[in-house]
Design a protein around this ligand. Structure first.
Ligand SMILES: NC(=O)c1ccc[n+]([C@@H]2O[C@H](COP(=O)([O-])OP(=O)(O)OC[C@H]3O[C@@H](n4cnc5c(N)ncnc54)[C@H](O)[C@@H]3O)[C@@H](O)[C@H]2O)c1
Length: 335
């Protein structure tokens, strides 16, 4: 069976996923839609598929699934449309910036019975996945503390910040998902602090550029997340898991992994410059998992509900900053 897929949105991440599909034996990209003609035809030319409108794609009867890689404010409508058609849906994070809209969208997906997988690519990073496997295999005993560091090399454009939903919903959301992935039990409490330290203009755009989040599970397991929109030394992506029987660390990755030792000391090459190269293997693995969901009929993971919980943690962090207190996740989920 060849899994037939269509790509909605042929921008930065859409192109990454188109490349991933081309590397999977049992899958084919059959169509691409993007209002930017140049973006759509570049992908169509490179991956030998046709340019089509969203309506035309919705009419392809033997289509198995779609990858939604359009701007965030279009995700929920597109998920609902293709789920109602019975297609498998892979959607980039987040489902929506509004928790109620996410809940309503997931209800439609449930009713339709269509598989929905969320683009939390970091779960598929081979290093982070190996950490998770070691936890499951009991290598560190009972997990007690998780520390996640994620720093971007530089600020995104201000036009992007304006539509991003803010650092917690846009950037930390990946770390919220990884925290849940590693802790293995739901987070109940969130305390966050947020500052503008990188560029004062970020405040004019109603956002923060430097945040720390401390979270706890019902059993008292702890997790800290540190984010910055600026790291002079590259894309800083590390994590550590401390447990009753040991510790696991996933260090920063480099495109070239060598170390030079000489009379001046020890030097190593630069880190990856951003997510497109750092998480290349993760993106490929997540699309392979989506294709397997279709070809083997397995449950999608991460699923829509993972998107809901990650957004709820973002909402709890925002509320914590606004009100200067620890917020229970149940407070935001019950509204
Ligand atoms: N998982 C990750 O690591 C990751 C990384 C980057 C972006 N994203 C997410 O992916 C989404 C897209 O981000 P991007 O950086 O690729 O943006 P982008 O602006 O580079 O690409 C979006 C593309 O969608 C097209 N588009 C707009 N409306 C459309 C529609 N109705 N139908 C079809 N195409 C449409 C645009 O013309 C553009 O080419 C965002 O939701 C973002 O949060 C996730």
């Amino acid at each position: 069976m060849t899994v037939k897929l269509a790509l909605l949105g042929a921008g930065r991440i859409g192109q990454v996923h188109a490349r991933a599909i081309s590397g999977i034996g049992g899958a084919a990209l059959v169509a691409v839609a993007d209002p930017l003609e140049a973006a759509a035809s570049t992908v169509a030319h490179e991956y030998n598929c046709r340019v089509a409108s969203i309506d035309e794609i919705a009419g392809i009867e033997d289509l198995d699934g779609v990858l939604i890689c359009t701007p965030t404010n279009t995700h929920a409508d597109l998920i609902e449309r293709f789920a109602r058609l019975g297609k498998a849906v892979f959607c980039e994070k987040p489902v929506d910036l509004d928790l109620q809209r996410v809940k309503a969208c997931l209800e439609v997906v449930r009713e339709a019975g269509a598989p929905l997988m969320l683009g939390f690519n970091r779960r598929f990073d081979p290093h982070f996945a190996a950490v998770r496997k070691a936890i499951v295999d009991g290598k560190v005993g009972a997990v007690e503390q998780v520390s996640i560091t994620a720093r971007d090399p530089g600020l995104p454009p201000f036009e992007y910040i304006d539509v991003s939903g803010g650092i917690f919903r846009d950037m930390t959301i990946h770390d919220f998902d990884i925290a849940r992935f590693l802790l293995g039990e739901e987070i109940s409490g969130v305390q966050a602090t947020a500052s503008v330290l990188v560029d004062p203009r970020v405040a004019e755009h109603d956002d923060f550029d430097t945040v720390t989040v401390v979270m706890t599970t019902a059993d008292g397991k702890q997790c800290t997340i540190q984010n910055s929109r600026r790291a002079t030394y590259g894309y800083d992506q590390r994590l550590e898991v401390f447990g009753s029987a040991g510790m696991l660390t996933a260090e920063n990755q480099r495109p070239v992994s060598i170390e030079l030792a000489n009379s001046e000391g020890f030097t190593r090459p630069q880190l990856h410059d951003f997510f497109m190269t750092r998480y290349m293997d993760a993106y490929a693995a997540e699309i392979r998992a989506f294709v397997r969901t279709i070809s083997e009929g397995t449950s999608p993971c991460p699923a829509g509900e993972d998107g809901l919980f990650a957004l709820a943690l973002a909402e709890a962090a925002i509320k914590s900053v606004e009100e200067g207190r620890k917020v229970q996740v149940s407070e935001v989920l019950s509204t």
